[in-house]
Design a protein around this ligand. Structure first.
Ligand code: HEM
Length: 208
């Protein structure tokens, strides 16, 4: 019985892993088959950036979803999705370095002056790297209560990513506004009065 349960969770984790990997395989396939438009490098950069934002929002939705449903599966993939967010953000930086800078780091200074949102992206990526590096059991034990406080910075990182994206968008803000609304909703679920309501909501839903 115990092994059937652990097999179930392993299957769930592997399914999440494959689902997170699939967009990267698809975009690479598009580039390899000349189906990524006139600027394949930019195609990768932008899609991977959006993918990273999606993953960050998904990661942050897992705690409220756990409170709302009590389903263990959400909590089980939190670390994995957090690390995927970091992986996408790193690949986004690599695409920038490779396809936009052409690995010419001397250009970085003038690029930052021209596009200050790059600094915001870099701070967000650094934050993600710190959270990724401390997302293991050893760091949890060592940091104790401070671990939770540290990981609350994920919301500040979301704010930075949204600012980075806001700065990039020039004309149509509707896509940005949608992500910002989802982000605001997720942040609202962390406010103590809302957070306390979620388990009660589950109770009410289960009785109706
Ligand atoms: C070292 C850090 C980063 C650098 C250098 C960087 C660079 C860039 C650049 C050059 C663009 C495209 C601007 C254009 O349209 O020309 C961009 C867009 C974007 N980036 Fe970043 N970024 C960084 C970090 C991040 C992180 C951590 C995330 C999210 C996890 C992110 C998400 C996005 C998103 C969502 C867009 C907009 C995509 C679109 O317009 O479709 N970036 N970034």
């Amino acid at each position: 019985m115990a092994s059937a349960t652990s097999r179930k969770w392993l299957t769930w984790r592997v399914a999440v892993f494959l689902a997170a990997l699939a967009p990267l395989v698809f975009w690479s396939w598009q580039v390899a088959n000349n189906a990524a438009g006139p600027e394949p490098g930019r195609y990768l950069l932008l899609n991977i950036g959006i993918g990273g934002l999606w993953l960050l929002l998904l990661t942050l939705s897992l705690t409220p979803l756990t409170k709302l449903t009590r389903w263990k599966g959400f909590a089980l993939i939190r670390r994995q999705l957090g690390l995927w967010t970091l992986a996408y953000a790193t690949l986004h930086l690599l695409s920038y370095a490779l396809f936009i800078l052409g690995l010419n780091w001397a250009l970085l200074g003038s690029e930052i002056v021209k596009r200050p949102y790059i600094i915001v992206g870099m701070i967000a990526l650094t934050g993600l790297a710190v959270l990724g590096a401390t997302s293991n059991k050893w760091s949890m034990r060592r940091l104790g209560k401070r671990w939770k406080s540290l990981h609350k910075f994920s919301y500040a990182i979301l704010g930075l990513v949204l600012l980075h994206f806001f700065w990039v968008v020039r004309a149509d803000m509707s896509e940005w506004a949608l992500y910002a609304a989802i982000g605001a909703l997720l942040m609202a679920t962390r406010l103590p009065p809302v957070s306390r309501t979620l388990p009660k909501l589950r109770y009410r839903l289960s009785r109706s």
